[in-house]
Write a new protein. Structure first.
Length: 135
């Protein structure tokens, strides 16, 4: 009897621990207006800079906020990629996307002062690296 109660308590404890919410959250996708507002407050942009940055963010919104992956109906699985028996190759960075991103950075650097641009770079997460886990 004691063993049954002990097993039940262990199972209850394990299921409770697994039901706890994770600290990790997916980054929120911001619109170009939200991004402009954030840049204005953090970089202390003047009115002329704000207008130019807003236009730039709107023009380049496709590279700043990539589209969300398609959602699949509940309980269904996405179809595996068709590859004629070859092993699936990992996706390579799109050259067009990278070129467009560099073009955006170049135009932004022309709008911002040197100090503002340095602060902007500090705001950006390092590309290709996962953000460190906060304890």
């Amino acid at each position: 009897m004691k063993k049954i109660i002990l097993v039940m308590m262990a199972l209850l404890t394990m299921t409770t621990a697994m039901a706890q919410p994770s600290d990790r959250k997916a980054p929120k996708k911001m619109t170009h207006q939200e991004m402009t507002t954030q840049m204005t407050s953090k970089l202390k942009l003047n009115d002329a800079q704000k207008a130019k940055v807003a236009a730039l963010n709107k023009e380049y919104q496709d590279i700043l906020m990539p589209p969300a992956p398609p959602k699949h109906p509940q309980g269904s699985r996405p179809e595996p990629p068709k590859n004629d028996g070859d092993k699936a190759m990992p996706k390579k960075p799109n050259g067009k996307h990278m070129a467009k991103r560099q073009e955006y950075e170049k135009k932004l650097k022309q709008i911002l002062t040197d100090e503002q641009y340095k602060n902007y770079q500090k705001m950006q997460p390092p590309h290709g690296k996962r953000p460190e886990k906060k304890d």
